[in-house]
Design a protein around this ligand. Structure first.
Ligand SMILES: [Zn+2]
Length: 244
């Protein structure tokens, strides 16, 4: 009987580890969240780059327009002070035109300054967003590589545990195995539990001393009065001792 109860306990350890591996595998997102974040950062980066480009184009256009205006002003100056125009009316006309051109130049100057400031601000935003994007891509690569190797580990562990399980099960009496399997789904995958002093470690209810004695003697299957789990009266294996 001792061997049978020990086998049930060992089977429980295998199933607990199988469930843990399955749960960890199911929680893996394979970098999906980081991939979404990287994609979002890339989209924002492209939008900022497009805005920067538009502002820089505006600035260049204004600079070209200003150059043309300055050339016109210079030409008018030469005509007005070159002495070739004697007609005062025509001179006044040139002067008025020059004044209008100078106002245009002022407006263009302002436009250029605003565009320069905006471009500087956007360039800083582009640099920060580029940094963020690169960071997300790096995190994504790191996470997927880590998850991939962890996945391989868990899959190998699962295969090993399943092999152990199919080697172990035939050694357990059919009726005991049926009891174990019938308890497991209702008991959150925990059909066999160790004693914790005189307490059931499954439901934490204190056990009568008779039940504790019976479990510790291994003479028959002892079940917790409260939750119905099979009690194991031997030394509980620490959680990660089973990597043999
Ligand atoms: Zn219990």
């Amino acid at each position: 009987m001792r061997e049978q109860i020990q086998l049930l306990y060992d089977l429980q350890q295998i199933d607990t580890r199988l469930a843990r591996a399955a749960e960890e595998l199911s929680k893996m997102d394979h970098g999906a969240k980081l991939a979404r974040q990287a994609k979002a950062a890339q989209k924002e980066l492209e939008e900022l780059q497009a805005r920067l480009h538009a502002v820089q184009t505006d600035q260049r256009d204004a600079e070209l327009a200003e150059k043309t205006v300055e050339e016109k002003i210079e030409r008018n100056r030469k005509r007005a002070y070159g002495g070739e125009i004697a007609n005062p009316k025509e001179l006044r006309h040139i002067e008025q035109e020059t004044q209008a051109l100078e106002r245009q130049r002022g407006a263009l100057d302002e436009k250029i300054l605003i565009a320069m400031a905006e471009a500087e601000e956007l360039a800083a935003q582009v640099a920060a967003k580029e940094q963020e994007f690169r960071e997300k891509v790096r995190e994504y690569k790191k996470t997927t590589a880590e998850q991939k190797s962890r996945q391989a580990e868990l899959e190998a562990e699962t295969a090993r545990l399943k092999a152990q399980r199919s080697e172990l099960c035939p050694r357990i009496d059919a009726a005991k195995l049926r009891l174990y399997e019938s308890l497991r789904p209702a008991m959150r995958n925990l059909a066999v539990v160790a004693l914790d002093g005189n307490t059931c470690s499954g439901c934490r209810v204190q056990l009568p001393s008779k039940a504790v004695e019976r479990a510790e003697s291994f003479t028959e299957i002892t079940r917790c009065d409260s939750c119905g789990r099979i009690l194991y009266g031997g030394f509980a294996k620490p959680h990660h001792s089973d990597d043999e």
